[in-house]
Design a binder for this molecule. Sequence first.
Ligand SMILES: *Cc1c(COP(=O)(O)O)cnc(C)c1O
Length: 389
Amino acid sequence: MSAQESAGRPASVPLLDVARGNAPLRTEFVAALENVLDSGRFVFGPEVFELEKQMAEASHAKYGISCASGSDALLLALMAYEIGPGDEVIVPSFTFFATASAVWRLGAKPVFADIDPVTFNISPEAIAAAITPNTKAIIPVHLFGQAADMTAINAIAAAHDLWVIEDACQAVLAEYDGEPVGAIGDVGCYSFYPTKNLGGMGDGGMLTTNDEELANRLRLYRGHGMEPRYYHSVVGINSRLDTFQAATLLVKMNKLAEWTEMRRENAARYNELFRAAGMDECIILPAESADHKHAWNQFTVRVPQGSRDHLRKHLADHKIGSEIYYPVPLHQQVCFANLADHGSLIETEKAAKEVLSLPIFPELTDAEQRVVVESIEQYYEAVNKKAVA
Ligand SMILES: *Cc1c(COP(=O)(O)O)cnc(C)c1O
């Protein structure tokens, strides 16, 4: 326990503190980085292939293909399936921008489908309703670390001959019916952006698949479509994970299962504390299905409309970090205004007005969680007093 904590109540609670996870590993990081420095193998060093192997294993996939970011992983998956002008890809609107921009960038059309209000994940019914003769693929996002409804999504895909590209950027080690995400669909996309559950010291990404032919095409596309050297059969991109990133990620990979467990314990503790305080009457706690293991990249509550931003300000005033993922659904973004023939996405629009993500990182302490819960309690006590007065 730090001096500050033993002195009493934590004075502030950060949304995320990556230094707490990294500090104990400093010696290992330095050794791993020195190793790369001395080897001089900055691109495609052995650490890159080792990480590809370990990420494939973690996803129960045969192949791991590294790349420069989660955004590139999505782009490469679509490129390898030769998705382009005239094609449609069904995506959620309630997600990070990259899920849809990868589709747009290739000249194809992102078709936005609404979410299940309980899990925040893309709704299979909405996917089924969005299919047209031009639909080529579905990109379910395992949002906040919870797997999308993959049984239903794979069944729809099989019936209509569509590719399923899992956006698992927030969900490494999450499980669906006991099976890790990443290879439940045709291909999985991961990000090593520092805020993800397996975060690097910069950008990085990974694709996972059981399809050997697809794995070969992904490698082709990430390396300028060049095979053999200086011969190009297709136009690819340059998207590599560098060896320094892979070396630091391998150090963290050893800790990932433990960190995921710590996130799960934190989520369970929030649920206990919020319920004990009666706060589950004021805010809606995130739901975790008993059949699927949530990886808790975010602990996202719903705050009744109109008070979310006030509550967030109250937390900020008390030095408690929180964030809104995501305030503007993608179908309402200015850059996608010309795609606006999707009708309204009622649950997506409602979620965007109500969601609030609270600190959940592995090293978050019990005392810090109590501060978060007490602060929210205080907010509602004040609101209720005003209502009575
Ligand atoms: C982070 C993220 C991405 C993009 O990953 P980058 O590595 O930042 O490019 C894509 N989709 C989702 C759902 C994400 O959370």
